[in-house]
Design a binder for this molecule. Structure first.
Ligand code: CMX
Length: 432
């Protein structure tokens, strides 16, 4: 994997030079103030981390390196991994080279399948994904080399080795989880001639070799790959890896965070909402029906899934990318039609509802993806977060490789007690 490794080395040199010049201007410069509200409120809006793989702009959405979602959404996930790690797109021969490299590393160990098959039949597929990765921890090259004794400057190279081994086995593992959990348990073998996402689509065994389904899985794996460093899963993964727990531990930990209903589970809620509308009005559903349904949902004190965002203040460009796919391949699908109708009516309702308290009335990434997956026969909603997880592992790997390469220390913010806060406010004569 010489090209990728060399480009990561160059990226690390550039990032280190930037950090050196930032430090030269003074390490004690203040970047952000911390309020009581932030300390008690999930640290929202507190600038306390650096992440160089991606950033989210409130008005132009997710950027990987300096590229917008529109720039990268038609690429392959393998190219996105390169972009996350290096800040640039690879040359045209990279995909072939990367496929050969990953093909050498495929093969989920038999003991991992034994672990997954031994679980109760109703185990959540995210538990299976997290356990599947963790079960392979014994294979960590980083751990082996660390025990031998390696220089700190070498850590990132062995973290990259672990990343490549995990990524190579991931489509097989994720598809196997689907087959064990929802199918007949028979595994479909990895095809060395297919790309990363194409292999996953094929091994799921849902749509045979339908290239449109492979295209959707490719898009899905690209659009969910990374979202800065402060979200629950990426941050958890980074904290764990900062203790030099290897990438298997760090990925598994990140996935455990992603499994939460406030994080990765939201996309299945959106599809459930669409299906409820379909159940209520059938195929003759009108815009007025959808408007009424949205208003009734709001009046009952519930949120409209797929709308709103903590950072974004426009339609999520990832939603736009999914809609473009839907317009091309799923126009006649009943769920996609409802997703479009929701887009036509919901923002205007949210803009004014309850005094317009919703900060962002526009759709987020989850508003349409479920209806597209369902159209191709992916009707196991619990599995959607696994697809999210497979994609997000690209980001976990890249963030940890870069952090190790920059010699970042163990993460250890200070916590205080209520008593300390009371004393601090009193001693400093601070009033709200
Ligand atoms: N429907 C109804 N009310 C909403 C709403 C929505 N889609 N989005 C926000 N609100 C409400 C909030 O509940 C909050 O009400 P209270 O003041 O009564 O608590 C108020 O508007 C202000 O919230 P906000 O500042 O606009 O939003 P937050 O940053 O607190 O929360 C999010 C962001 C995504 C959790 C929220 O918009 C939401 O719950 N959306 C629906 C669920 C969803 O789509 N989740 C997927 C998120 C995808 C992602 O994060 O990438």
């Amino acid at each position: 994997m010489s090209i990728l490794k060399e480009e990561i080395r160059l990226n690390l040199n550039n990032l280190q030079n930037e950090i050196d010049s930032i430090f030269a201007q003074g390490k004690s410069a203040v970047l952000s103030e911390v309020t009581v509200g932030q300390v008690y409120g999930g640290m929202r809006g507190l600038t306390a981390l650096v992440c160089n793989t991606s950033y989210v702009d409130p008005y132009s959405g997710l950027h990987i390196g300096e590229y917008t979602t529109e720039d990268f959404s038609s690429r392959y996930p393998e190219e996105i991994f390169f972009l996350l790690c290096t800040g640039k797109f690879p040359e045209s021969d990279f995909l072939d080279e990367f496929r050969i490299e990953l093909n050498k590393r495929t093969g989920v160990p038999e003991y991992t399948w034994d672990v997954l098959r031994a679980l109760p039949k109703d185990t959540h597929p995210m538990t299976m994904l997290s356990l599947g990765i963790l079960s392979m921890e014994n294979e960590s090259i980083f751990k082996r080399e660390y025990q031998k004794g390696i220089a700190k400057t070498e850590y990132w190279k062995y973290t990259l080795e672990d990343a490549l081994n995990v990524l190579a086995k991931l489509p097989e593992l994720a598809a196997g989880i689907y087959r064990i959990r929802f199918g007949d348990g028979e595994l479909i073998p990895h095809n060395p001639n297919l790309d990363w996402a194409g292999n996953l689509a094929n091994m799921l065994g849902i749509s045979g070799t339908d290239e449109k389904f492979a295209k959707l899985i490719r898009l899905y794996l690209v659009l969910h790959c990374d979202h800065e460093g402060g979200n629950v899963s990426a941050f958890t993964s980074r904290v764990v890896n900062s203790a030099l727990s290897d990438l298997y531990y760090a990925i598994s930990a990140g996935l455990n965070g992603l499994a939460g209903p406030l994080h990765g589970l939201a996309n299945q809620e959106c599809l459930k909402f669409i299906l409820k509308i379909h159940e209520r009005y059938g195929v003759a559903v009108t815009l007025d029906n959808v408007k009424n349904f949205v208003l009734k949902t709001l009046d009952s004190g519930k949120v409209i899934p797929g709308y709103g965002h903590a950072v974004l203040r426009v339609t999520d460009p990832r939603f736009t990318a999914f809609m473009k796919f839907g317009d091309e391949y799923c126009q006649e699908n009943y769920c996609f039609k409802i997703a479009k109708m929701l887009f036509a009516v919901t923002p205007n309702i949210l803009k004014t509802y309850n005094g317009g308290k919703v900060a962002n009335p526009w759709p987020n990434v989850d508003a349409a993806s479920g209806s597209l997956l369902l159209k191709f026969g992916m009707d196991q909603f619990d599995y959607y977060t696994v697809l999210f997880g497979v994609s997000r592992i690209l980001g976990f790997c890249a963030q940890n490789i870069l952090a190790q390469g920059l010699g970042q220390p163990i993460i250890r913010p200070k916590s205080v007690t209520n008593k300390w806060v009371v004393e601090h406010l009193k001693n400093n004569k601070i009033n709200a």
